[in-house]
Design a protein. Structure first.
Lengths: 455, 460
């Protein structure tokens, strides 16, 4: 392996000194699971990314791609952290074709800036993704980690919204996949491989998204239920009906209490939050229909939020884990998937099992999708609870697997990460996953150790 | 291995009655809906995943190629056994294994017809959205391999957006599960890469599909135009206005003529083009949205725009659209259907250029296509017995794809690359892009067992 000096002079040649960080103290801020990189590089062009990656591949230096760093706690502990490659200077809009309802943009652009720009274009458009870290998340990070939010119920996730990518593969090749048309079966759908690959197959540099026009009207309905069974019965009827909600989220009482949005009347209640978007008449009718269905299932009342309150509510919901990081440090974030119909049972057993372990647990469930986010709150005595936490995670994983799902530990102290498989129970398709990695990244330079199976 | 021994080995696995190997059989399974022909060595009709697995393991051990096949409606030569070998025909594996309404999923075997599933779901008030025009006979396994589209894909997305998992037999006969009924399984999105891989990476023996409750209301409109360009401009204008109907289909004069002679859908014979526009969803606000669309049609010189008043009228309009390819086949003995796709803003300009290509080569072109997706289907009419004409057809087809890719589009929206468009892959991809795809093929099928010679052009 080349010496630090040689590496930095090579990168200086490619991107110039001002876009390199090698000062030891500054590098500390870029550490991943406590491992500090040798150098941080911020290329400004895709060709520069290509040259950096080609050099790293030749010298067998590992690369951790990074946007605004909101997801660096995810995944396994990296085997080796040589280079952190920041995408933050890659933020050009390369093709704004709102009239065709598509947008091509570089990966370092924060989603928030894209939304702001699109809202001002013509009749107003948006990219139908609403993942956590509203202020900071970059497109590259969102897509690489397949991050999503409440609106996925109606609009789907990155795999449904992306029609093209330009990525730098581990050999330095700039590889184009898909294109700018909403339908495309020319060659393999390589975009699908890159989405959710956590930067282990290529570094996403440019992404083409499908857009939608801003809806005519939006409304939010908050319906509290005293009992989980009631909330679940309500959601069940809603999901099986012809109504078309944009989002259906269920929050347990701990979440309601800890959320940075005060819902005074809902203390101690399970809250079902519904987002509605579309033509005026459709939104109005759904607000009234859903209120009625809610009553039928035992809701005391429904609260309809106005525009300003809606934004505050959904932002607080999306960014729940961020708020928690401040108020309850040491919390452990889990994401579990399972059969849609098991939403109520999963929520109940997660609550029960954490309680039995002597802990509290905040749960937010994408109720129409069969996905929940659970935040374990071990309090201050994390060290003493380490073993029981590991045991709890095992039990929760088994519960998810029983319901045809799995469990991923999205953030946890390194001590816990060392003792569990953060990617949940392994599946029989992992051997193909491994072969793909070996074919595309034979030297294993991209994010080594952070993906499942130790990839 | 000689054919006789191969048939014997296959008979040992699936039973003698499920192996076809007569000269007639080899001829029948040597073509699909494209212009290509080849000859398999043997056709096998397995009845279970286990049998498929054994067939593939045997093929792998003996260096024999394997091509999966549903109903052979493929339009790009994807089901042609280009290098011989075994054709696995899925007609016996055609069951619905599970309709799971609570979880909004179904599990099926690959040989089931798309429409058979849809009819079964209709009883429960549920739909599987993708609706390829050939759905009466196309199989879901074929839809999986090709990532098929259809009119309703404008609003609901193509096959890949509705395929959530599969049981897959790999090149060596081993069986894996990818994806599943639950969303967001950890790992690479193997389902996503398998869908549309044209049977070159693996063979699906079970499919997990997303279904949804049937929309509450539907409204179908027919807009009639005196000019093809005005119809194209209307499509661009509707999308630019931010309206995404459930479907937005265009049919031109030559196609109308053919359709009216066979299906009698009620399209006016003197029109240059018609648009078939459908809205679906909640009933509330639908009338107002329909009026907004009609206003856009009027601004773009529509001759007449009317809504279907009854379900029977609606079905008739759709019969015209879905029967269009078949109807066009009555005009000349053969047609080549191009599948170029462009950004919707480029539609009027590209349509004009496509018609110019027809004039240049003296070939008649009929158009019937998914306009809202920018997915063109120029049908170039000819007689394959006329060699000179056949040569021109291939040149014209390639030229049309070049026009589409130069307009920022691509060479296939839903029919696949197959054997037909390998050369044209280089219109849209660099050798580096192709190399990357080649690595995916290597990872799934290192010994090139499955559907050899498809999709990826040979690298220099």
């Amino acid at each position: 392996m080349p010496k630090g000096d040689k590496i930095s002079s090579k990168f200086k040649e490619i991107i110039g000194e001002s876009h390199i960080v090698k000062d030891s103290e500054k590098l500390q801020a870029y550490a991943v699971d406590g491992k500090k990189p040798k150098i941080v590089v911020s290329p400004g062009k895709i060709e520069e990314v290509s040259k950096i990656v080609a050099y790293a591949n030749q010298e067998q230096l590992s690369i951790i791609p990074r946007g605004n760093g909101t997801k660096l706690g995810m995944g396994g502990i990296p085997k080796k952290v040589d280079i952190v490659l920041s995408t933050l200077r890659l933020k050009k809009v390369t093709d704004n074709d709102c009239e065709n309802l598509t947008l091509s943009v570089q990966s370092g652009m924060p989603l928030k800036e894209v939304q702001k720009m699109l809202a001002k274009e013509g009749r107003g458009y948006f990219l139908p993704l609403d993942p956590p870290f509203t202020d900071k998340a970059t497109l590259g990070g969102i897509v690489a980690s397949n991050s999503s939010g409440p609106k996925r119920l109606l609009y789907g996730t990155a795999r449904d919204l992306i029609i093209g990518t330009k990525a730098v593969f581990p050999n330095g090749d700039i590889v184009v996949s898909g294109g700018k048309t909403v339908k495309n079966v020319s060659g393999y759908d390589m975009c699908k491989l890159l989405i959710g690959s956590y930067g282990t197959l290529g570094i996403l540099c440019e992404i083409t998204f499908k857009l939608l026009p801003l809806p005519e009207k939006e409304a939010t309905l908050l319906i509290p239920f005293a009992r989980l069974e009631e909330a679940d019965g309500f959601v069940r009827e809603l999901i099986g009906s012809q109504l078309i909600p944009t989002s259906v989220e269920t929050l347990n009482p701990t979440t309601v209490k800890k959320m940075k949005y005060s819902i005074s009347t809902s203390n101690g209640y399970y809250l079902v939050a519904i987002g509605l978007e579309g033509v005026r008449e459709g939104v109005d009718r759904q607000v009234s229909d859903m209120g009625e269905i809610g009553k039928k299932h035992g809701a005391l009342k429904a609260e309809v939020l106005d525009t300003e309150k809606q934004n505050a509510f959904w932002t607080a919901l999306r960014d729940f884990s961020k708020g928690l990081a401040k108020s309850a440090p040491g919390s452990i974030s889990l994401k579990s998937n399972f059969l849609i119909s098991k939403r109520g049972e999963m929520l109940a057993s997660f609550e029960k099992m954490t309680k039995e372990s002597g802990m509290d647990c905040a749960i937010l469930s994408h109720s129409g999708n069969g996905i929940l986010h659970a935040h374990l709150l071990p309090g201050r005595s994390l060290r003493s609870k380490s073993d029981s936490l590991v045991e709890l995670i095992r039990k929760l994983t088994a519960e998810a697997v029983k319901n045809e799902g799995n469990l991923v530990v999205e953030s946890a102290p390194v001590a816990i990460k060392k003792k569990v498989d953060v990617w949940g129970q392994s599946r029989d398709d992992y051997r193909v996953v491994r072969r793909l990695k070996e074919q595309i990244d034979p030297a294993g330079i991209l994010n080594p150790g952070r993906f499942l199976g130790g990839i | 291995m000689d054919r006789e021994r191969l048939s014997q080995e296959m008979a040992n696995i699936v039973g003698k009655e499920n192996v076809l190997s007569s000269e007639t059989d080899l001829l029948l399974y040597g073509y699909d809906a494209s212009l290509f022909r080849a000859k398999p060595d043997c056709i096998v009709l397995p009845g279970s995943t286990e049998e498929v697995s054994k067939v593939v393991r045997f093929a792998h051990e003996n260096g024999i190629h394997v091509v999966g096949r549903g109903s052979g409606t493929n339009l790009s030569g994807g089901t042609i056994p280009a290098q011989g070998g075994i054709v696995i025909h899925f007609s016996r594996m055609n069951r619905i294994l599970e309709i799971d309404l609570e979880n909004q999923r179904v599990v099926v075997e690959p040989g089931i017809f798309t429409l058979t599933l849809k009819n079964a779901l209709a009883r429960y008030g549920y739909v599987y959205q993708p609706d390829p025009a050939s759905e009466k006979v196309s199989t879901l396994g074929g839809n999986f391999g090709e990532n098929s589209g259809g009119p309703h894909c404008l609003k609901y997305g193509v096959t890949t957006n509705h395929m959530l998992g599969a049981e897959v037999v790999l090149y060596d006969g081993s069986v894996i599960q990818v994806g599943g009924k639950s969303l967001d399984n950890p790992g690479y999105d193997l389902t996503g890469i398998l869908v549309g891989s044209e049977g070159t990476l693996g063979i699906a023996t079970k499919l997990v599909l997303r279904i949804m409750p049937k929309p509450e209301a539907v409204k179908t409109m027919l807009a009639i135009y005196n000019s093809l360009e005005d119809a194209g401009k209307t499509v661009s204008a509707i999308i630019a206005d931010g309206i995404i109907p459930a479907t937005l289909e265009m049919i031109d004069k030559l196609t109308i003529k053919a359709v009216e002679e066979s299906v009698h859908a009620g399209f006016p014979l003197d029109a240059e083009a018609v648009l078939l526009i459908e809205l679906d969803g909640l009933k509330d606000g639908m009338e107002r949205l329909a009026e907004r669309i009609m206003e856009i049609c009027r601004k773009n010189n529509v001759r007449e725009v009317k809504a279907a008043k009854t379900e029977a009228e609606r079905m008739q309009l759709w019969a015209g659209r879905k029967g269009a390819f078949g109807a066009v086949a009555r005009l000349r003995p053969n047609y080549l259907v191009c599948d170029g796709t462009v950004p919707r803003t480029k539609l009027p300009e590209v349509l004009t250029r496509v018609m110019e290509v027809g004039k240049k080569y003296g070939l008649a072109i009929a158009n019937v296509f998914h306009a809202g997706d920018g997915n063109l289907h120029p049908l170039i009419l000819f007689d394959e017995r006329n060699e000179e004409e056949l040569r021109k057809v291939h040149l014209a087809g390639s030229e049309i794809l070049k026009i589409c890719s130069d307009a920022g589009g691509t060479i296939s929206g839903e029919h696949g690359i197959g054997t037909e468009k390998k050369k044209e892959m280089l219109f849209v991809f660099s050798p580096r892009d192709i190399t990357a795809m080649g690595k995916v093929k290597k990872a799934f099928d290192p010994d090139d067992v499955y559907n050899p010679g498809k999709v990826l052009p040979e690298q220099p």
